[in-house]
Ligand binder design. Structure first.
Ligand code: ADP
Length: 399
């Protein structure tokens, strides 16, 4: 089978992750990160076939300068690589209701993407900058957009509607959209393979636990409910985000305390979650280390993280009826035996019994079942969002 190489771009407002992926098998030929955009310290670090390198970009560089460097100085310097690229795949955080699957970019798609920007004001405009820069750098290559929200467009109304006056949905598009779709899709597909069942007959609960996190109920390969909402702020406890919250707290802080809307929102997004509760860090490893040394609030942060997670998992047995497997993924899900053990111990009512040895051994990219033989299945499946983006791009280009 010939290589199907896709340049995958994931543009944030101040950084850009990039990779060249073989869509046939997920192999990563190049991966890297450009960061500190619009600052004196703008830079790129990357890895080609295991060899690491890094440079400083001119001060205040941003998406366009970074993509020009990636194309001219990294990709084109690898003999024959640029010629093998068949597409550029862009990760887009929010596709609203308009985008239910990945598409090749044309003028109309760009216009519709701009319309979705109000739903993801930090992310979508950055992705559009990335698309334009990639179009200039690779004028002949098709550009494909792959959405975090698209996988969740199969949710029924009862799951995606908020209990608000319904005109807010009809006129303003206010509803649950969900995120991390490529990850939930990837691990639910891999779970069906591992269980040796057809995807259409496989029901799983997928827990994507990274810096952000979300839980999804996947029935026969389709998302039927998910914990993130209209934006990525809702759901479980995250690194710096609060997750679910009584909205009256916002009003209380603004009207009775000395907060502005801006300071409250900044707190909910950047100073809450593991960081806010522990007062130590948003990084799970730091919080776990402090907890192990007896730090009270670090222990509380981990307990709250696991408790809310377990409650979401329990809730998602409702739309699924039968659960074939519970899947842990993302940096925390793939590596923290502590979180997995605490969560499964909170779910013993469903019969979960952890296999301690397997749980401890399954980390650092390993896939496997972590429960005992007579227990319902919980397993770890490392995610690969870039591969999904490359696959979708390759499939659209071939079609
Ligand atoms: P992102 O959402 O940025 O892609 P990741 O999926 O890389 O994030 O997950 C980052 C989280 O994973 C951090 O909280 C980090 O502490 C945690 N993590 C990474 N490795 C480990 C580990 N060995 N044990 C526990 N947590 C880990």
């Amino acid at each position: 089978m010939s290589n199907k190489l896709v340049l995958v771009l994931n543009c944030g407002s101040s950084s850009l992750k990039f990779a060249v992926i073989n869509a046939n098998n997920g192999d990563e030929v190049i991966s890297g990160l450009a960061e500190c955009f619009n600052l004196p310290d703008a830079r790129i670090k990357w890895n080609v076939s295991g060899k690491k390198d890094a440079i400083h970009l001119p001060a205040n560089s941003a998406h366009s300068e970074a993509i020009t460097y990636i194309v001219e100085e990294i990709i084109k310097k690898e003999v024959g690589l640029a010629e093998q690229l068949i597409a550029v795949g862009h990760r887009i955080v929010h596709g609203g209701e308009h985008f239910t699957q990945s598409v090749i970019v044309d003028k109309q798609v760009l216009a519709e993407l701009k319309q979705c920007s109000s739903l993801a004001p930090l992310h979508n405009p950055a992705a559009i900058l990335g698309i334009k820069a990639a179009q200039e750098a690779f004028s002949t290559l098709p550009q494909v957009v792959v959405f975090d929200t698209a996988f969740h467009q199969t949710m029924p109304e009862k799951a995606f509607m908020y209990a608000l006056p319904s005109h807010l949905y009809k006129e303003k598009g206010i509803r649950r959209y969900g995120m991390h779709g490529t990850s939930h899709l990837f691990v639910s597909r891999e779970a069906a393979k591992a269980l040796n069942k057809p995807l259409a007959e496989t029901n799983v609960i997928t827990a994507h636990l990274g810096n952000g996190g979300s839980i999804t109920a996947v029935k026969g390969g389709k998302s039927v409910d998910t914990s993130m909402g209209m934006t990525p702020l809702a759901g479980i406890v995250m690194g710096t985000r609060c997750g679910d919250l009584d909205p009256s707290i916002i009003e209380y802080l603004i009207t009775r305390e000395d907060y502005t809307l801006e300071t409250v929102m900044d707190m909910l997004q950047k100073q809450s979650g593991l960081l806010g509760i522990s007062g130590i860090s948003s990084d799970f490893r730091d919080v776990a280390n402090a907890a192990a040394e007896g730090h009270k609030n670090a222990n509380l942060a981990i307990d709250m993280f696991c408790y809310r997670l377990a409650k979401y998992i329990a809730a998602y047995t409702v739309p699924l009826g039968r659960v074939d497997a519970l899947i842990f993924t993302g940096g925390i899900g793939e590596n923290s035996d502590l979180v997995r053990e605490k969560v499964l111990n909170l779910l013993t009512i469903f019969g979960y019994q952890i296999d301690e040895a397997k749980n401890k051994a399954t980390k650092l990219g390993k896939q496997g079942i972590i429960t005992q033989e007579n227990s319902p299945i919980a397993m770890v499946i490392p995610t690969n969002e870039e591969w999904v983006i490359a696959e979708d791009a390759a499939a659209l280009v071939s079609a």
